[in-house]
Ligand binder design. Structure first.
Ligand code: PMP
Length: 424
């Protein structure tokens, strides 16, 4: 099945009016209208399997029924839609569900800060509170890490392209290679320790270390759990806060609710967004260790910090975590996805596949590079599969299907990807 641009689709208004900053629509230049589960549909009826899921925002797929039902009921009952940070039933129910399903099982005695609507707002809040609580300004971040596009988040983001656009300098941020990356494994912890104990290292004691438990935009590099534990021990020893950015890895993407969970580490701050609302609504949270919650009332505020419909949807989505069937489906899909490692390597032994849970990176860095990755993406789209690239130079194909995708649809999508690798 090929999907050439359809003559009935008039895309001229986008070209005429939408800023040049638009990105994904250039890679997937059709007019999407509907979506269900793991599939997207155009107005003229073409169908695409979605292995991108709104960059990790649709872990439960498009329009999941149990969530849709709740928000439809809420809308029909004239539920409150905007509440600043006032007490509302929707927020109460969400906080209670979050506590029961996530915070307590993960051993997080943390307060919840509702940030602005998007992921970078949570990162800004976490950095700000870390600096405020410690009275220090420095932060250690990892090369290849991605934390968002507003200024504070960009300062801890490695991507040269993103930093250049934001014109950020290197103020107060020390970048250290991650445990693994395109240049190979690195003794990051040894370097950090050396910088901290050498009084002439030029690096003063930082407020925090910020990291993703799996670097997603950087090319799908999972940190080992032992490494995370050692990092936690070191930060504790030196009185440095640990900020875990779970914006893309969280909400089940890597197999557990949070990516750090199997390590047993308890971070001081956790950022959450993307799939937490379960339906694509904007919602972002900073989880703050109770004693670090040193904010004065209103000290970090904004108009959109509590999208009520997002709370309703998020509560319904957390409800899925109480169902055995949901966990069985997730486990089965992850196992099926893991089988793709062998498939990809059979196509080309130079292809490296990394990942965890329902996140897989098919690295073409040594198997044709960014040019091949671009051809793979294009072929996949032309054959009905939406899939995105990541990595330093977009050399890694990032596979992010919905967590509970049907076995048959997953098989079909992986089949297209396999053919794309063969063709590319
Ligand atoms: N942190 C991580 C790990 C992310 O993947 C992203 C988004 N890709 C962000 C922060 C920023 O989130 P947003 O784009 O919603 O601002």
């Amino acid at each position: 099945m090929t999907s050439p641009p359809h003559p009935t689709e008039d895309l001229s208004v986008f070209h005429r009016l939408e800023s040049e900053v638009r990105l994904y629509c250039r890679k997937f230049p059709v007019l999407f209208e509907r979506a269900k589960g793991a599939e997207l549909y155009t107005g003229d009826g073409r169908r695409f399997i979605d292995f991108f899921c709104g960059a990790g925002t649709l872990n439960y797929g498009h329009n999941p029924e149990p969530v849709k039902r709740r928000i439809t009921e809420y809308l029909a009952a004239d539920g409150l839609m905007h509440g600043l940070d006032m007490h509302t039933v929707a927020k109460r129910d969400f906080l209670s569900a979050l506590d029961e399903v996530v915070l307590r099982p993960c051993g997080l005695d943390h307060k919840v800060q509702f940030c602005g609507p998007t992921g970078t707002d949570a990162v800004e809040a976490a950095l700000k509170i870390a600096r405020r609580a410690t009275g220090r300004s420095g932060v250690i971040a990892f090369t290849g890490g991605y934390h968002g596009m507003s200024k504070g988040s960009l300062e801890v983001t490695g991507s040269r392209r993103a930093r250049r656009a934001g014109q950020v300098g290197g103020a107060d941020v020390t970048f250290v290679p991650y445990e693994d990356g395109p240049l190979g494994p690195f003794d990051s912890l040894g370097l950090i320790e050396r910088l901290l104990v050498d009084r002439s290292s030029g690096v003063s004691l930082p407020a925090a270390v910020i990291l993703e438990p799996v670097q997603m935009e950087g090319g799908v590099y999972p940190a080992s759990f032992g490494w995370l534990r050692e990092l936690r021990a070191m930060t504790e020893r030196h009185g440095i806060l640990l900020i875990m950015d779970e914006i893309q890895t969280g909400c089940g993407r890597t197999g557990t609710f949070f990516g750090f969970e199997p390590s047993g580490v308890v971070p001081d701050l956790v950022t959450v967004s993307k799939s937490i609302s379960g339906y694509g609504f904007p919602l972002s949270l900073a989880l703050i260790r109770r004693d670090l919650d040193v904010w004065e009332p209103g000290e970090h505020t904004g108009t959109f910090r509590g999208n009520q419909l997002a709370f309703v949807a998020a509560t319904a989505a957390l409800g899925l975590w109480r169902q055995d069937g949901f966990h069985a489906a997730r486990a089965a899909a992850a196992q099926q996805l893991a089988g793709f490692r062998a498939t990809a390597q059979a196509v080309d032994p130079d292809i490296v596949v990394r990942g965890r849970g329902m996140a897989l990176g098919v690295d073409l860095g040594r198997a044709g590079g960014p040019g091949r990755a671009e051809r793979v993406q294009k072929y996949a789209f032309e054959h009905g599969l939406v899939i995105e690239l990541c990595g330093r130079d977009d050399e890694v194909v990032k596979v992010l299907p919905p967590l509970t995708i049907d076995a048959e649809v997953l098989e079909r999508g992986l089949g297209i990807l396999h053919d794309a690798l063969l063709a590319g």
